[in-house]
Design a protein around this ligand. Structure first.
Ligand SMILES: [Zn+2]
Length: 385
C-alpha cells in the first residue's frame, strides 16, 4: 500500500515540476524556431504572390497589346470612313450642281415653250402657221425643233450623269456602311478586351498590395529574429558571466570538488561504456523508475536544461563542474533546475523518466571533458564512488 501512495505522490510531483519549470528552460529557442518557421512560410507566400502577380501582369501586357492592335485597325477604318464620307459629300455636291443645272435648263425649256405657246395663240402649230412665208415657216420650225431638241438632249445628259453619280454614291454608301459595321464589331471586341484587362489589372493591384503586406511581415520577422539572436547572445554572455562568478566564488569558498556522488540513490547499473552487444554507449545507465529524483554529481553551474529531441536525450541537463568536467543527465520526465543556476553536490536537479530515444525508464549519465561532442565522453565509473 505504501508503494502505491509513493507512486501517486511521485506522479503528482512530476506533473507539478513539469508544468512549473520546463517551459522557461527552452522558451527562447522554441520562439526562435517558431519565428524561423513563420519567416520561411511568409517568404514562400511572398514568392507565390509575386509569381501570381507576374503572371497577371503578363496577361495585362498581352491584353494591352491586343487592344493596341485593335486600336490600330479601328483607326485605319476611321480614316477610311473619313475618306469615303468626303467622297460621298463631294458626289453630293456634284449631284446638287447637276440638279441645279438640270433645273435651270428645264426652266429655260419650259419658258421657251411657254413663250412660243403664248406668242402663237394656243398651239405650237399656230406658231408655225402664223409664219409669213415658207422661209419663215421653215426657219421657225427648225428653230423650235433645234432648240427644244438641244434642250431636251442637255437635260437628258444631265439626268444620265446624275443617275450615274447617284449609283456610284449609293455603292459608296453601302461600302461605308459595311466599314462602319466592321468598325463597330472591332470596337465591341476591344471593349470586351478592355474589361478583361481592367479585371486582370485589379488582380495585379490586389496582389501588389498583398506582396507589400508580406514584405513588411518578412521584415518584421527578420527584425524579431535579430532581436532573439541578440537576446540569445546576451543570455549566453550572462551564463558565461554567471559560471565565471560561480567559479570565482567556489575557489574562494574552499569546498572540495574531488569525486562525484552517485546521481540516483537507487537503481542498478544496466549499461556501461559499451552495451552488452558491444556497441559504444559512452555513458552509464541506471535502471530507475519514472519520477526518481536525480541529484547533481558535484558542485557546478547548469549550462543546459532543455528538450534534446525525441530521437535523442529527451529532457536533459548538463552541468559544468569546477574541476573542468561536465556531467550530463538524460531522458528526464521533468527538470527541476534552469540554465545558469548554481547547484551543490547532491542537489535535486531533475526526475528521471523515459523521454527521448529511450527503450524504458532509466537515467543516462555521462561525464565529459568538454561541453560539446560525443568524443569527449569519459568513463563515469572512474569518477563514481
Ligand atoms: Zn544510456
Amino acid at each position: 500500500m505504501k508503494k502505491i501512495y509513493l507512486k501517486i505522490l511521485i506522479i503528482f510531483l512530476t506533473i507539478a515540476v513539469l508544468f512549473n519549470s520546463l517551459p522557461i528552460a527552452y522558451a527562447a529557442s522554441s520562439e526562435k524556431n517558431e519565428i524561423t518557421k513563420k519567416l520561411q512560410e511568409t517568404k514562400d507566400d511572398l514568392k507565390e504572390v509575386n509569381d501570381q502577380k507576374k503572371e497577371s501582369q503578363n496577361k495585362v501586357n498581352e491584353l494591352s497589346n491586343k487592344i493596341d492592335s485593335y486600336e490600330t485597325q479601328i483607326n485605319s477604318l476611321k480614316s477610311e470612313i473619313d475618306t469615303k464620307t468626303k467622297e460621298v459629300e463631294e458626289m453630293q455636291k456634284k449631284l446638287d450642281t447637276l440638279e441645279a443645272e438640270r433645273e435651270k435648263n428645264q426652266n429655260l425649256l419650259d419658258e421657251r415653250l411657254v413663250t412660243l405657246y403664248e406668242s402663237g395663240e394656243v398651239s405650237y402649230m399656230d406658231v408655225l402657221l402664223s409664219s409669213a412665208d415658207i422661209t419663215q415657216f421653215i426657219s421657225n420650225y427648225y428653230m423650235i425643233e433645234t432648240l427644244t431638241a438641244a434642250d431636251k438632249e442637255l437635260i437628258q445628259k444631265l439626268e444620265d450623269e446624275k443617275n450615274e453619280i447617284a449609283e456610284t454614291q449609293s455603292k459608296l454608301n453601302a461600302s461605308l456602311e459595311e466599314i462602319e459595321n466592321k468598325k463597330a464589331e472591332l470596337e465591341s471586341v476591344q471593349s470586351e478586351l478592355n474589361k478583361s484587362k481592367d479585371a486582370e489589372q485589379s488582380k495585379v493591384d490586389e496582389l501588389t498590395e498583398q506582396s507589400h503586406d508580406l514584405e513588411s511581415d518578412v521584415a518584421a520577422y527578420e527584425k524579431k529574429m535579430k532581436e532573439l539572436d541578440a537576446k540569445e547572445k546576451a543570455q549566453e554572455a550572462a551564463l558565461k558571466n554567471k559560471i565565471e562568478q560561480a567559479e570565482a566564488n567556489y575557489s574562494t569558498s574552499g569546498t572540495s570538488s574531488k569525486g562525484f556522488i552517485r546521481p540516483v540513490n537507487s537503481g542498478r547499473i544496466t549499461a556501461t561504456m559499451y552495451y552488452s552487444s558491444g556497441s559504444y554507449h559512452g555513458a552509464v545507465d541506471f535502471g530507475v523508475s519514472v519520477g526518481t529524483p536525480v541529484y547533481a554529481a558535484a558542485d557546478g553551474v547548469v549550462v543546459t536544461a532543455t528538450w534534446g529531441g525525441s530521437d535523442s536525450y529527451g529532457y536533459y541537463i548538463k552541468i559544468k563542474h569546477y574541476n573542468g568536467l561536465y556531467t550530463l543527465y538524460a531522458h528526464a520526465s521533468s527538470l527541476a533546475v534552469s540554465v545558469g543556476q548554481v547547484v551543490k553536490q547532491g542537489q535535486l536537479i531533475m526526475y528521471s523518466g523515459n523521454t527521448g530515444n529511450s527503450t524504458g525508464p532509466h537515467l543516462h549519465f555521462e561525464v565529459r571533458t568538454s561541453p560539446g561532442g560525443y568524443s569527449n565522453r569519459v568513463n563515469p565509473l572512474n569518477y563514481l564512488p
